[in-house]
Design a binder for this molecule. Structure first.
Ligand code: FMN
Length: 164
């Protein structure tokens, strides 16, 4: 299996999820590239294209929410993020799955949902994958979330076995 992961992260939690999934897929024999959204190419082709971002203001990070993240202690982030990258995307060929991180209370909004909608504007279908919960704005991820990311990656490999 060939997989490409595109990730945006301010406090490192979405990156930790993305790296856990990438490592798990590699352990199972996949070849995996991980790109920061700021430098991801506009055309991607792979068996699995995973897009991972934190939820900001109920949706995907924007220029203003990035500034708010920096005010809340994030290191100065690389811009642009997933939202701006998706606006420049010309082709995503393969199974596209959106995943996100959230603060996990009841009305959090969802970066993953926003990714699915944004990808649809390009006429591309993305599946809404899992959301991983952080304990606070800067993290860490809630206990068990890394294991859940690993299990999810294993389920993807299991589901794709038998396919090319
Ligand atoms: C400006 C800003 C707005 C946020 N808005 C939301 C929100 O609407 N819903 C939510 O669940 N979490 C929200 N959060 C918390 C983020 O989801 C959390 O910081 C992120 O998932 C951590 O991932 P990261 O370490 O990869 O940046 C917000 C965080 C920031 C900095």
């Amino acid at each position: 299996m060939r997989a490409v992961v595109v990730v945006e992260s301010y406090f490192g939690n979405a990156s930790q999820v993305a790296e856990t999934i990438a490592t798990t897929l590699r352990e199972r024999g996949a070849s995996v590239e991980v790109h920061d959204a700021a430098s991801a190419p506009p055309r991607l082709e792979a068996d699995l294209i995973l897009i991972c971002a934190p939820t900001h203001n109920l949706s995907l990070p924007s220029a203003s929410s990035r500034a708010q993240a920096v005010q809340r202690g994030a290191p100065q982030p690389a811009e642009p993020g997933v939202q701006e990258w998706l606006d420049e995307v010309t082709a995503l060929t393969g199974r596209v799955v959106a995943i996100g991180t959230t603060a996990g209370s009841r009305f959090t909004g969802s970066a993953a949902k926003a990714i699915v909608k944004r990808v649809a504007r390009k006429g591309i279908r993305a599946e809404r994958g899992p959301e991983f919960v952080v304990n606070a704005t800067a993290g860490p991820l809630r206990t068990g979330e890394i294991e859940r990311a690993r299990d999810w990656a294993l389920s993807v490999v299991a589901g794709s076995s038998g396919q090319k």
